[in-house]
Design a protein around this ligand. Structure first.
Ligand code: ADP
Length: 518
């Protein structure tokens, strides 16, 4: 069967070899196994349903939330000689009926539809009688409440699968799925564990870096100056900041575009085009920019503010280096920015459980900013890869600052938390450690603890940062929720027993301050 698949790969797409995962996924689909494919952006997911679509009888329906991309995809398939069409809110009723009739008559192998269509009863009825042999679900993480982009209309897919007779083979595809989301997708779509195909998430040509404690505007200007003429995206959290940076860069003579939801559609399209065609080299944007942007020569993606979770970060940063050339992914990290994201979560209309889940994800994003371990390893670990190796080239791997033994200070913090019975958050712990006269501290009788004031004289902010560092390195695990409580991990136990030493890069002066106060 696959010899035929390979032939189709050559004749229709002009490629000689399948990429990692593709062959395995196609094989599973052709054998009738419902499958979940997890592959990073740019890895080649589309071919995994386009090739089976040509080989299976009937038609393949592709559910995709990216309406703006459907036309491009269909145009590309037309060029490749694969009959396909799409149905979404952008086409007239008349046109839709015509397309449905053509689908019914077997004129297409692939049909792209927006998930919202599934909520229209008349549309569902029209699907009856069409021989749908495969249902491909793009951006499948949208079906999970725990995903970063949950879409209620995706829940309709479950019913759809049950309704279609005979049952089509299901292929769910996503570039971002944490172990929790993977499990959820599998349960909802009834995919067996053995039919989950996950290719490596590593993007070898990306250099990750976290920049802290610097003037961000100056960093940006210097970086762009050094990398003149190279294409890059700068993500900022708010429209206001996008506008400000856009002006700043243009004033300095850097050809810069901007993109956010406050601009007219026409303006946004123009800005996007000029970036795609290299009329402007730098694009400053909110996270509204980039879905489906297939620009291969993006050399850097800089996040001016922290995004709301690791999924968004990796997706946005991953727009760099699609051509395989070395590229930079830089996060300008300032812990205070977390408030913007917390505010957005608080203001959203999610229910409490989802909000807590979002806070938990935001905290893991913040921990990325604090970690001193390999950044790529942190990312891969987040996405469920076991024991990923150090990359040897991210900002942390090549950081040559001296490692300072901060075991004693770590023990102070950890034992204080233990003495407070692991029932309090960062602020309270830091207050006890610095010997605060706060009434709440007294109400709990914490001034009697042996760890009370053990870090006296040290600014609370620094103690907070040290606690963040211990969290990022996995010694502490905050609970989910708006006011996370600090819990000790197994590793914390090892540190307290003296079995594990804790090292921190020299810049943070905590050991010195503690020594001065000892
Ligand atoms: P994804 O959906 O995973 O982000 P796409 O399906 O858009 O990725 O594919 C990304 C690019 O890789 C496309 O230009 C596609 O034509 C190309 N591609 C896919 N499979 C192969 C292959 N086997 N060999 C070479 N290029 C491929």
């Amino acid at each position: 069967m696959l010899t035929k698949g390979k032939k189709l790969l050559q004749t229709h797409f002009g490629y000689n070899q399948f990429r990692a995962g593709q062959e395995d996924i196609i094989q599973k689909v052709l054998s009738g196994n419902d499958t979940l494919a997890i592959m990073p952006t740019g890895a080649g997911k589309s071919i995994c349903y386009q090739i089976p679509a040509m080989m299976l009888p009937g038609v393949t329906f592709v559910i995709s939330p990216l309406i703006s991309l459907m036309k491009d995809q269909v145009d590309a398939l037309d060029k490749a000689g694969i009959p396909s069409t799409y149905i979404n809110s952008a086409i007239s009723n008349e046109e839709m009926n015509q397309r449905l009739a053509d689908i019914y008559n077997g004129e297409y192998k692939l049909v792209y539809i927006a998930p919202e269509r599934l909520e229209v009863t008349s549309f569902r009825r029209m699907m009856d009688g069409i021989h749908i042999s495969c249902l491909a679900i793009d951006e499948a993480h949208c079906i999970s409440q725990w995903g970063h982009d949950f879409r209620p209309s995706y829940l309709q897919i479950k019913n759809l699968i049950q309704d279609i007779q005979p049952k089509p083979v299901v292929l769910a595809l996503t570039a971002t799925a944490t172990p929790q989301v993977q499990q959820d997708v599998c349960e909802l779509l009834r995919v067996e564990q053995e039919n989950v195909v996950m290719t490596g998430f590593e993007r070898e040509n990306l250099h990750f870096q976290v920049v802290k404690g610097q003037d961000r505007d100056r960093f940006l200007l210097e970086y762009i100056e050094k990398n003149q003429g190279q294409s890059g995206i700068i993500y900022a959290a708010t429209r206001k900041e996008v506008d400000r940076l856009y002006q700043l860069l243009n004033k300095r003579g850097i050809a810069t575009g901007r993109y956010h939801a406050g601009l007219s559609e026409q303006n946004r399209n123009e800005q996007q085009e000029s970036f795609l065609y290299d009329d402007v080299t730098v694009m400053v944007a909110t996270n509204a920019f980039g879905m489906g942007i297939n620009k291969s020569n993006v050399r850097f993606v800089i996040h001016y503010h922290i995004p709301r979770n690791m999924e968004s970060y990796y997706q946005e940063a991953g727009r760099a280096g699609r051509d395989g050339e070395e590229s930079d992914c830089i996060l300008l990290f300032s812990p205070q920015d977390t408030h913007i994201q917390s505010f957005l979560i608080e203001q959203s209309d999610m229910d409490e459980l989802r909000k807590e889940n979002e806070y938990g994800k935001l905290r893991k994003m913040v921990a990325y900013g604090h970690t001193e371990s390999c950044l790529q390893q942190y990312i891969l670990h987040y996405f469920g890869e076991e024991n990923p190796p150090e990359c040897g080239k991210c900002g942390n791997c090549i950081d040559e600052r001296e490692q300072i033994d901060v075991t004693k200070e770590a023990q102070m913090v950890l034992s204080c938390i233990r003495r407070m019975k692991e029932r309090f958050g960062k602020t309270m712990v830091a207050q006890v450690l610095t010997g605060s006269a706060n009434q709440k501290v007294k109400n709990f009788g914490f001034q009697k603890l042996s760890t009370y004031g053990i870090m006296k004289g040290k600014p609370q902010k620094e103690v907070n940062e040290f606690i963040d560092f211990l969290t990022a390195e996995g010694y502490l695990k905050p609970t989910d929720g708006t006011y996370p409580i600090l819990m000790l991990t197994e590793r914390a136990g090892e540190v307290l027993r003296g079995n594990e030493l804790v090292y921190q890069k020299e810049k943070v002066q905590i050991s010195k301050i503690v020594e001065d106060n000892a």
